[in-house]
Design a protein around this ligand. Structure first.
Ligand SMILES: C[S@@+](CC[C@H](N)C(=O)[O-])C[C@H]1O[C@@H](n2cnc3c(N)ncnc32)[C@H](O)[C@@H]1O
Length: 293
């Protein structure tokens, strides 16, 4: 990263602010909700091969669950098949955990089953180092694997934490998404706290170890027209989330900022629709089913 530029991860509060600004624009959670209703059922819920005793809980692990919107969608769906769930959440940002707890509490009465949560304010690397040997039936990392120390190692760690018959779900940006093209075009925006990663890296890492996986592609477009309005504060926050740089407009050399904005608006990253600019936000879900011995 160029000397004056700071990754979003040096400022967790700012990260959350810019992420939620982008998530609101992208209607992220409604797209994921729809995905939860359709693909998730077939690709994950129906494929978990475990036989649980009468009072036995399905053990679930969420990595980088944020404020929990996506995880609660998945848990709601899982509870229909497995009415007792123990959900361990590994999320380093305290404010996100607080929001997730509130969401889980507010939805508890409408769930078809009993959900017990176990909160860990940790990164995945801290969790791994703590040495807990618990095994899980379902593990998910939704747009969080970018932030681990070593993607290959963490993937293997998560795979090892799966019970036979269990499922690992990793969601990342697609290899032909605007995110990937932008990160790839400006590699200096990456720093030690983040590895720019796409779904082909995840598949490649698994395949190199002989672990079969299935990929589900999700097309998604996000209207980012305000990023091109110099006066828009929201637009600037969205640019910061896209580049993962804190206050890019104020900290980058003017020429670099101009190049970023031009590249964002180009057909490498976006499509035009009348006066709107639609960012290519395609993502992929990579699903691994651990064989039953
Ligand atoms: C893009 S957000 C995704 C949140 C949520 N999974 C979703 O899809 O809405 C990434 C999340 O990963 C968390 N995170 C950052 N570094 C992490 C790490 N090293 N291990 C686990 N989670 C991390 C962040 O705090 C943030 O909540």
């Amino acid at each position: 990263m160029e000397s004056k530029l700071r990754s979003l991860f040096h400022d967790p509060e700012y990260y959350t602010k810019s992420f939620h600004c982008y998530a609101a624009l992208s209607a992220k959670f409604s797209v994921l909700a729809n995905w939860g209703e359709t693909v998730f059922g077939e690709a994950v819920v129906d494929k978990i091969k475990v036989t649980l005793g009468e009072n036995e809980e399905l053990r679930v692990l969420g990595i980088g669950s944020g404020s929990g919107e996506m995880d609660m969608q998945m848990l709601t769906k899982l509870l229909r098949r497995f009415p007792l769930i123990n959900n361990r959440v590994v999320e380093p940002a305290l404010d996100q955990l607080v929001k997730y707890k509130a969401l889980a509490q507010s939805e508890a009465h409408d769930l078809h089953g009993v959900l017990t949560c176990d909160w860990r304010q940790q990164t995945i690397d801290q969790y791994e180092k703590a040495g807990d040997s618990r095994q899980f039936h379902f593990i998910s990392s939704i747009h969080s694997i970018y932030y681990v120390d070593d993607v290959d190692r963490s993937l293997m760690y998560l795979y090892d934490r799966l019970d036979p018959g269990g499922i690992l779900l990793v969601v990342t940006v697609s290899d032909d998404s605007g995110f990937w093209r932008l990160w790839n075009h400006f590699p200096s925006f990456q720093d030690s706290l983040m590895t720019f990663t796409n779904s082909s890296h995840i598949r490649g890492s698994l395949e190199r170890r002989g672990i079969p996986c299935t990929q589900y592609h999700q097309r998604s477009r996000v209207e980012i027209t305000q990023c091109f309005d110099e006066a828009s504060e929201e637009g600037a926050l969205v640019v910061d989330f896209l580049t993962h740089v804190v206050k890019l407009k104020e900290t980058a050399p003017a020429q670099l900022y101009k190049e970023v904005i031009e590249y964002l608006g180009s057909d490498h990253c976006s499509e035009k629709s009348a006066d709107d600019v639609l960012f290519n936000n395609d993502w992929d879900a990579v699903v691994v089913c651990k064989p039953v011995d």
